[in-house]
Design a protein around this ligand. Sequence first.
Ligand code: IP8
Length: 269
Amino acid sequence: MRERVVVKWGGGLITEKAELKTANHSVIDRLAAELTEVVNNGIDVVLVHGAGSFGHLKAKQYRLAEGRTEEEIEGPMTQDEAVTAVRNDMIELNDHIMAALTAQEISAVRLPPHDWVHGTGLDFEAKFDLFNSAPSGIVMVTFGDVVSRDAPFDFGILSGDDLVARLVQELHDVKRLVFAMGGVDGVLRHAPKEGEAQELIERLNPDTNYTGEHATEMDVTGGIGLKVKRGFDAAKHECDVMLINGEVPGRFTSACLGHEVIGTRLTVP
Ligand code: IP8
């Protein structure tokens, strides 16, 4: 039977997080090339990507994660216009990803969550049976997005981290989940500080102490803390979960193939 892996390319890896709608093309192209190696090893891949500067900045400004609000919001758009704008921006980011996959001759299909998801968090409602339609030999691509919710919220933000955990839960046969992040080798004991050595936690269990950093000034989902939480949700389903630095060439491929690699492995008792 073919192996299946679920991977998340973090928004901080594939975009310049602080600069509105700026894709990291060199990183995206290299990750796509690394993905070719994974696919050529006969592994089925589900690829989920984050939003970075194509999602979080506008979502934060228009408070989209909170749902509809009657309070006045500063900016030229209404919340409804911002919902459409962020969805379009996410499609634009996804276009870059799909183009990079096509350039590597990877067969891929994209499934924007605003078309098939209702609700946020791990228990979102899937409007079609995505989980029984994951194709073999074709990379399924989806991403963090603005999705519909019940009134009075009407809309909210679904993180790619929720998507990966749910995919592992529902697909049953996922061997590995790999979070490729930007700027860090994995989960650090303390948030990185200029000029200080970083302590990488190589094995993290639910009782390990660490002080994660959540960049609230730009991030509307959960930063490293949500990845770890959702990673543990996935690890409960007999899936190997690794958080690695996707900026270092080769690590993404190694992690997907199950080779030893620098990073943080999540373990559950
Ligand atoms: O970057 C967030 O997804 P994430 C989605 O995977 C939006 O947490 C639109 C901000």
